[in-house]
Design a binder for this molecule. Structure first.
Ligand code: CA
Length: 445
């Protein structure tokens, strides 16, 4: 009885957080304006730029932190830009709003999973309507994870499924009479890439041995609780939240899968950037300063406090602080981890600066899309992937902004490649030879 009461209490707690999340993400299309222009916003300096405003969309996960901090700490205002941030109901709404543009009541750009900006540019996810965009900076690296339900605790799912859970998926499917279900909130972008990479590296074919499904964000916590899915790919702070609410456990962090991997990006409509090149540089100057600020250990608690407010994420401050500091409970046993290098990274890393939009990294998402044949007719060859990468990724504006804001020359990359990338299991992505990477992957379409 006591057990049942505790379960009900947990459940109602879960429902409460689900409702909060719905409130967070459930704004109508066009959404509410938060931040920029509010009374607490710092005064906008009188810079010589083509426009003083830009409207950007965000999703309340840690990837958006540099945008929120840029507004709240006055980094954008300092460079003459009033950044209006509007919370997007979901990724599909963000896509639809950027097609509208701010002139049509939508947004000029914002936070994106890749390859959304590339595919919006090509019309591949916008019913053929091509809206050219530019990727201007990486917002954050790492800070994402794969959560697994408590119902599959016996599977002991870890980053290395081949070692921790051999044969588990087939056994599960046999026992349950259905396939293991793995979910994400938006298809054919980061979240789906991470879960597919994880499964395939463990010898599990994501197209035949599991069922992949899209679950709306507000339904994720409840879905994991009631068995809609056994695993879920998401961004901080949700994997931590799932562990904290005892709904499941964090099977793997994406930082284990691929240390310092590319995560989400800032991208803006090309017509806005072409019309306002100085304002685009001002936007990047503010972003770079916000990312530098966010990465300092002494600022993490203040960042958590700012982000936790109702206006922004509406999530308990301590949950955000844990995620920002790289404090996780990892695996079925919930082993405590306290390592900032495993958590979200905004500026510094073992691989150099995070923010710079290396073409070698934006290209990877198109190569991975090629692996799974996600965008037939748009990304069918490596040559097409390269051409789209060159067209959509703008490294020049970032470099100019970094110079103007006083980033030391040693921190400003000179080329378009971060070099070879190595995954946890030794698989190498050499941006100079994507075919060798594709050939080295056993499971693909
Ligand atoms: Ca993410």
């Amino acid at each position: 009885m006591a057990k049942r009461r505790r379960f009900l209490a947990l459940l109602s707690g879960t429902l409460a957080s689900t409702v909060v999340l719905t409130g967070c993400l459930g704004n109508p299309q066009g959404s509410t304006s938060a931040g920029g222009g509010s009374t607490s916003a710092p005064a906008v300096s009188n810079a010589n730029i083509e426009t003083k405003t830009i409207s950007l969309g965000f999703i309340p996960i840690l990837e958006a932190a540099p945008l929120v901090i840029g507004v709240e700490k006055g980094f954008f205002a300092k460079h003459g830009l009033d950044v209006k941030l509007s919370k997007q109901a979901n990724w599909g709404a963000a896509r639809d709003n950027v097609v509208l543009g701010s002139a049509g009541g939508g947004i000029d750009g914002g936070q994106w999973q890749l390859p959304m900006p590339q595919m919006i540019s090509e019309g591949a996810i916008t019913n053929g309507k091509k809206v050219p965009m530019y990727i201007l900076a990486m917002l954050m690296s790492q800070g994402n994870g794969i959560a697994a339900a408590d119902a599959v605790k016996d599977g002991n799912l870890t980053v290395d499924l081949a070692k921790s859970s051999p044969g588990f998926f087939d056994k599960f499917n046999q026992k349950e009479g259905r396939k293991f279900r793995a979910a994400y909130t938006f298809p054919k972008a980061n979240q789906e890439f991470w879960i597919r990479w994880w499964l395939a590296a463990g010898g599990v074919d994501p197209d035949t041995q599991v069922e992949l499904l899209t679950v709306p964000t507000p339904e994720t916590l409840q879905g994991m609780k009631n068995g809609t899915m056994e695993a879920f790919s998401t961004g901080d702070p949700w994997p931590s939240r799932i562990a904290r609410d005892k709904i499941g456990y964090l099977a793997a962090t994406t930082s284990q899968l691929w240390p310092v991997h590319p995560e989400e990006y800032l991208a803006v409509r090309a017509d806005w950037v072409d019309k306002h090149p100085k304002a685009a540089v001002a936007l990047l100057k503010g972003l770079i300063e916000a990312q530098m600020w966010l990465d300092k250990p002494e600022n993490k608690d203040e960042a958590a406090k700012i982000l936790s407010s109702r206006k922004w994420y509406n999530v308990p401050q301590e949950v955000l602080a844990e995620s920002l500091k790289g404090q996780y409970k990892l695996g079925a046993e919930g082993t405590p981890v306290n390592d900032p290098k495993l958590g979200p990274l905004y500026w510094n890393s073992d691989r150099g600066v995070i923010s710079y939009p290396y073409k070698s990294l934006t290209q990877w998402f198109l190569i991975e899309a090629l692996r799974w044949k996600f965008y037939p007719g748009t990304v069918d060859t490596i040559e097409q992937a390269k051409a789209i990468t060159d067209k959509v990724t703008r490294e020049d504006l970032w470099k100019q902004a970094a110079q103007e804001v006083g980033v030391p020359a040693k921190d400003i990359p000179t080329g378009s490649s971060r070099g070879k990338e190595t995954f946890f299991n030794g698989i190498v992505y050499d941006p100079e030879n994507p075919q060798a990477y594709l050939d080295s992957l056993k499971i693909k379409k």
